[in-house]
Design a binder for this molecule. Structure first.
Ligand code: UDX
Length: 478
């Protein structure tokens, strides 16, 4: 009898990576996988201390709810190398450094314990950003799957960093500024649209070291699972497939968030449904800059004043560390009084619940990949304000290629007047029509991909067959 696939799943310990990893675990378990999900102590602590407690008790296993419905998802936690109470947002480099140097040895210990305990683990699915995943997989003879939670375009640009260096588009003091037109499957792209890390001249940062390491690692993986849709990035994916089996299986987003039984939020969710219920359809702008990036105080103030000038109603997620975790009240003084009932300011929410409310008509976003997929799913056009990393490249896909959104600003310093002007442009019945129509079409593509025999559905099936083949090959006698 064929051996059952038992995969250890390791997310990168950030909200934007934990979310898709949790939903991937559920997807795979519904296909018959046994999944052991490894969260860090810190992520586990954040989620469980912020989640609602129906019986007053702390949840000690975030998957307990789905297990009741028959899914075999096991759960464990490990240290990322730092104390739980350490402020990772304020000490970003130290956190990244711990992920670069320490985290993987803790995960390795868990894998070793499971193997020594006789558990029949045969597959490792790790977020591509998890340093050393192919090394651990090789050591314990596990099929190695790299999980890329971002766009295939972003993956491809990182994958071809050597080519970019060779052509003088990356890693030099005076890099070329003409379009990059030699990456297989990628149409000519302006260097300004590449990820922020590829645009920096100093490549000695911790994050650069991580990126260099993981893209050596990923080349040794058996395959890549990507949270994108084939139809969105078909040429890029085809070209990547000549290098490594690359399966686009997106969108992996919480589609059933209303009765979702797995808590994932690192902050307590505020409920704005009552307030949204009082607003006309399509009239409210949702504003959020994701879970990780910081906004400078100057930009934050210009955005606040722009929102105020625009006269549009809005829900704004102002994360407690949006500027810095040591700046508790970063909004301009008097702002809350000025906007009164027109705006709702909250620290965090269930984003899918907000986006799917009929009152929402636009999303001012930092262009995080999850946010983009979720917004497409809810047919909410985007107003783009990328901050760093892949968000810069995602903006290009949204605005230039798919035309499902517009730019908030293309200048270094955003001005309140253009914030107000572009909010009105996106939200107006007439000028926002192009983005609204385009996003409806893109949503159709996305739904089709997920449907029976759609591209993501088929790719998932091919992926599973491939893993089964590799597992059998590995366990059969030589
Ligand atoms: C970062 C990168 O920016 C992103 O592109 C990459 O894919 C993952 O790492 P982040 O900045 O947090 O992620 O943005 P995003 O990808 O949009 O993920 C944020 C997640 O948090 C989304 O799933 C969103 O639904 C959720 N969220 C955000 C909430 O649940 N509530 C909120 O109030 C805000």
């Amino acid at each position: 009898m064929a051996e059952k696939i038992h995969a250890i799943l390791v997310p990168h310990p950030f909200q934007g990576h934990v979310n898709p990893a949790v939903h991937l675990a559920i997807k795979l378990a519904s296909q018959g996988f046994i999944v052991t999900f490894i969260n860090t102590h810190y992520i586990h602590h954040q989620i469980t201390s912020k989640a609602p407690r129906p019986n007053g008790a702390l949840v000690d296993d975030i998957f307990a709810g789905v297990r009741k419905s028959g899914l075999d998802i096991r759960y464990t936690t490990v240290s990322d190398g730092l104390p739980v109470g350490f402020d990772r947002s304020l000490n970003h480099d130290q956190y990244q450094s711990s992920l670069l140097h320490v985290f993987s040895s803790h995960v390795e210990e868990v894998v070793a314990r499971m193997v020594a305990g006789g558990e029949k683990v045969n597959t490792l699915i790790a977020d591509t950003f998890f340093v050393g995943h192919s090394k651990i997989a090789r050591k314990f003879r596990l099929v190695c799957i790299s999980f890329w939670t971002e766009a295939a375009l972003v993956f491809s640009l990182y994958y071809h960093m050597d080519l970019l260096r060779l052509h003088g588009h990356f890693g030099c003091q005076d890099c070329r500024e003409d379009p990059i037109d030699y990456i297989p499957g990628v149409k000519a792209i302006d260097p300004k649209d590449t990820m922020s890390y590829l645009q920096e001249t100093d490549t000695s940062s911790v994050v650069h070291q991580i990126i260099f390491k993981i893209f050596e690692d990923v080349k040794l993986a058996d395959s890549v699972l990507c949270n994108t849709i084939q139809e969105f990035e078909s040429d890029t994916i085809t070209a990547l497939n000549t290098k490594i089996p690359f399966y686009s299986i997106g969108p992996i987003i919480p589609l059933r968030f209303n009765n979702g039984t797995v808590a994932t939020s690192l902050w307590s969710e505020s409920d704005c449904t009552q307030w949204l219920n009082t607003k006309p359809n399509g009239s409210v702008l949702y504003v959020s800059f994701g879970s990780y990036a910081h906004v400078s105080k100057t930009d934050l103030h210009e955005i606040a004043h722009g929102l105020s000038m625009s006269k549009v109603s809005f829900v704004w997620v102002v994360r407690p560390d949006i500027v810095s975790s040591d700046d508790a009240d970063p909004l301009p003084s008097g702002f809350k009084e000025e906007i009164g009932e027109r705006g709702m300011i909250i620290p965090w929410c269930c984003q899918m619940m907000v986006l799917s409310h009929p009152a929402i008509g636009g999303f001012l976003t930092h262009c995080g990949w999850n946010s983009i997929l979720e917004s497409i799913w809810c047919k909410v056009p985007l107003l783009c304000f990328p901050l760093l990393t892949d968000q810069v490249t995602n903006r290009k896909l949204v605005v230039d290629d798919w035309k499902i959104g517009i730019d908030l600003s293309r200048r270094k310093l955003v001005r309140k007047e253009e914030v107000a002007k572009n909010i009105e442009r996106l939200m107006s019945e007439k000028s926002g029509r192009e983005s609204r129509e385009a996003i409806k079409k893109v949503k159709g593509t996305l739904e089709k991909a997920l449907g029976p025999q759609g591209s993501s559905d088929k790719n998932m099936e091919n992926f599973i067959n491939n893993v089964k083949r590799l597992v059998c090959k590995d366990v059969s006698p030589p």
